[in-house]
Design a binder for this molecule. Sequence first.
Ligand code: TRP
Length: 437
Amino acid sequence: MTSPSARRVLTGITTSGTPHLGNYVGAIRPAVRASRQPGVQSFYFLADYHALIKCDDPARVQRSTLEIAASWLAAGLDPEHVTFYRQSDIPEIPELTWLLTCVTGKGLLNRAHAYKAMLDKNAAAGADPDSDVTAGLFMYPVLMAADILMFKAHQVPVGRDQIQHIEMARDIAASFNHLYGEHLVPPEALIDDHVALLPGLDGRKMSKSYDNVIALFGPREQLRRQIMSIVTDSRAPGEPKDTEGSALYQIYRAFADDAEAADFARAFADGIGWGDAKQRLFERIDAEMGPMRERYQHLMAHPGEVETLLRRGADKARALATPLMRELRQAVGLRALDAQVVAVRGGDQAKVGLPSFKQYREPDGRFYFKLTGVGGQVLLQSRGFESPRDAGQAVKRLQTEGGAALAALADRLEPVADTVSPDLADALQALQIAQQG
Ligand code: TRP
């Protein structure tokens, strides 16, 4: 296990399509590289519950799940090193979705872009505003928040279209924490502006909706055929060609290092024929994809191997999800009726009825927190902080350092009695243990 201080990065891929070369360059390859960085704990999952929102073809959901899993594995994702799992193998996710649903304002969901786009489309067509809008589509952001918050992800690499969803996950985490104490970690979107947007065969962005994609792991001959069909201008061999605005060149650029790219640009200036240029592009892509294609084809022919890897990933994921869900059930009051609702000293029972921090803002505009015991008594009250971040940092110190942080933070807290009360000492100790657990 990686240390608890490692940065956690998590992302999901909806299993409703077949990955193409644009997905590889824009998402799969950068994610596989990022997963190898030291100090990062990565979570990648197949968002098959999300797929059901837009796809009602069972065979396609199953097929896409296999294709996407095999693509990521073939591209070098190491399931020993990262946590790679299928969303629907984690029953805690729909369970958390419900708890989050109960703290999410309907107004927040009304503002989601994808939902609003449907309403606009219906209005434009003169249809009922809710026509074709399922409750699943409406709830999409809450399910996504559960995906992220379940694993306390700090950063979520996503496309720009998903930024709003990450912001909603932050809002939902804040609502939950405000009501029940600091249990959830607000995530941040991670947008990589360096990854290439791959043009498709016709020069527009590569996208299935434009029908201009290059298949990711199709047969070698198909790759050749597709590359030969990239649209070019009518310049003849011998005429100098522009790299600027050339889809052919841009696709090459996404696979080449700087020296190779410079070499290719020189060939353009020297008037390379389009047929030869396409042949060079084909060879360059095939050099990178060839070995992966073999692994992909093997996995597609042996779906049981992929299934086994995903089950193992689910075990790893559930080792985190199960205790968090137990903690959250306690926090909201879904408790065994005979459970003693007391702060306990260590061991597994420290999870039963933990004292909790609450952060809030007062009309003076400043940010405060208090620590409340399991019986509801206030054990510690802060003074006002300038920013929620400052308040959060003080909370974090108390959680990780326990009673030792009290002296250091003395001037940020309302005075506690000269000798720290046993209740406060116990509470801080229980929180410290829970943090380490
Ligand atoms: N909504 C994401 C997409 O369509 C997929 C997704 C589902 C996701 N759950 C997630 C991405 C959690 C990041 C984190 O691209």
